[in-house]
Design a protein around this ligand. Structure first.
Ligand code: SAM
Length: 336
C-alpha cells in the first residue's frame, strides 16, 4: 500500500489531488485530524529508504504520510501505549514497512535496535492524547463526557486517575495539581476532593468535574474550571513528563548525523522540557559564565532548526484542538 501511495505522491497534480482527497476523507471518516500534519512530516525531510520513529502512533496520520513520503522502501517504527491504537495500525496492513510497538516511546532506542532500524533518520513525538481517546467517555479523559475516571493510555498498567484522587493524601494531591496543572487553587481543590471522597468514592469524570467546579466557584474564562486538574491527573497517571525526557535522550542517541527530531507539545510543561533539552544539547560551552576562557570542550549533539511552528489560523479553525500546539525541530550533528 505505501508503495502505491508513494507513487501517487511523486506524480503530477491529478493523482496528487486524488491522493489528498482520499487521505482527507479517510481521516474525516475516522473523525481524526493529525495536528501540523504536513509541517511535522516536512520537518523530518523524509527520503526514499529512510528510517523513522513515530513515538505516538495514535490514529496513524503522521506515520502514513511519512511512509508515503519515504516510499518505496522507507520504514517506520511506531509506538503507542494504547492497545486500541496498535490494533488500528495493524488494520492498515502496511506490511513490514511499519513496525508497531505497544510500549512507551521511552523505549525507542532498544525497540529500534531490535527491529534493526538504527540509526534513524527522523523521530516524531506528537504528545498527549488522541481524538479517539478524548472522544471516548469510557477512557475518562474528557471532563465534558461522563465516564469512569481512568485516563490511562495503557489501560492494563498502573493506577488510574480514580485511584489517585481516592488514595493520595491531601498534601500530595495539592502538590500534584499544582505541579502538573499549574493550578493556583490546587489546595482548595485538593481539600474539596478529600471532603467529597469521605462521603463516597469518586469514580467518574462528572463527579470530579463538579467537585472542582464547586470548589473554584465555577467558570473562569473560556476553559472549564476543572481543565487544569484533569491535565494534572493525566500527566501523573501516565508519568508523561518523565517519559518525554527519556524519549528525547533516546531519540538523540538513535539519530544518524543530519537526522531530525520534531516534537509537538500541547502545554507549557511539555514545551519547556523540549525547549530546554534542545538548548542544552545545542550549547557549545557549559562553563560557568564568570570563567573567562572555555575549558569544557562541549560537543553539541543538536542544532535547532528554525523557529517553533504553530498551526495556521486555517488549521485552528478546521481543528480547534490544534490551537495550543507548538512544534520544535532539531537536527542531529555529527560526532566530532
Ligand atoms: C496526539 S496522539 C498522536 C496522533 C498521531 N500523530 C496521528 O497522526 O494520529 C498521541 C498518542 O500518543 C500516545 N502516547 C502518549 N504517551 C505515550 C508514550 N509515553 N509512549 C507511547 N505512546 C504514547 C497516546 O496513547 C496517543 O495515542
Amino acid at each position: 500500500m505505501s508503495r502505491a501511495l508513494g507513487l501517487l505522491w511523486t506524480l503530477d497534480s491529478g493523482p496528487w489531488t486524488l491522493f489528498q482527497a482520499a487521505r482527507m476523507s479517510y481521516f474525516e471518516a475516522l473523525k481524526h485530524q493529525p495536528v501540523l500534519w504536513d509541517e511535522a512530516v516536512d520537518a523530518l525531510q523524509p527520503k526514499p529508504g529512510g528510517r523513522y520513529a513515530d513515538g505516538t502512533f495514535g490514529g496513524g496520520g503522521h506515520t502514513q504520510l511519512l511512509l508515503a513520503r519515504s516510499a518505496p522502501d522507507g520504514r517506520v517504527i511506531a509506538f503507542d501505549l494504547d492497545a486500541d491504537a496498535i490494533q488500528r495500525g495493524k488494520a492498515l496492513m502496511l506490511g513490514d514497512q511499519l513496525v508497531l510497538v505497544h510500549a512507551s516511546f521511552a523505549t525507542l532506542r532498544e525497540a529500534a535496535a531490535a527491529a534493526e532500524m538504527l540509526p534513524l533518520d527522523g523521530v516524531l513525538l506528537d504528545l498527549g492524547f488522541s481524538s479517539f481517546q478524548i472522544d471516548d467517555p469510557a477512557r475518562g479523559f474528557s471532563l465534558r463526557l461522563d465516564g469512569p475516571l481512568d485516563m490511562r493510555f495503557d489501560t492494563a498498567a498502573g493506577p488510574s486517575a480514580a485511584d489517585l484522587v481516592n488514595e493520595l493524601d491531601e498534601q500530595s494531591l495539592a502538590d500534584l495539581i499544582w505541579r502538573y496543572g499549574e493550578e493556583r487553587q490546587s489546595r482548595r481543590i485538593a481539600a474539596a476532593i478529600v471532603r467529597a471522597r469521605q462521603r463516597e468514592r469518586i469514580e467518574t469524570t462528572g463527579q470530579l468535574a463538579s467537585i472542582v467546579e464547586r470548589a473554584t466557584d465555577g467558570a473562569r474564562g473560556r476553559i472549564h474550571p476543572a481543565t487544569r486538574t484533569f491535565q494534572a491527573l493525566r500527566i501523573a497517571v501516565n508519568d508523561e513528563l518523565n517519559a518525554l525526557s527519556l524519549a528525547l535522550e533516546a531519540a538523540v542517541a538513535s539519530l544518524a548525523p543530519g537526522g531530525r527530531l520534531a516534537v509537538i507539545s500541547f502545554h507549557s510543561l511539555e514545551d519547556r522540557i523540549v525547549k530546554q533539552f534542545i538548548a542544552r544539547e545545542s550549547a557549545t560551552c557549559v562553563c560557568p559564565p564568570e570563567q573567562p576562557v572555555c575549558t569544557c570542550q562541549t560537543v553539541p549533539r543538536l542544532r535547532p532548526v528554525g523557529k517553533p511552528i504553530k498551526p495556521s489560523d486555517e488549521e485552528i479553525e478546521r481543528n480547534p484542538r490544534s490551537r495550543s500546539a507548538i512544534m520544535r525541530v532539531a537536527e542531529r550533528l555529527p560526532e566530532r
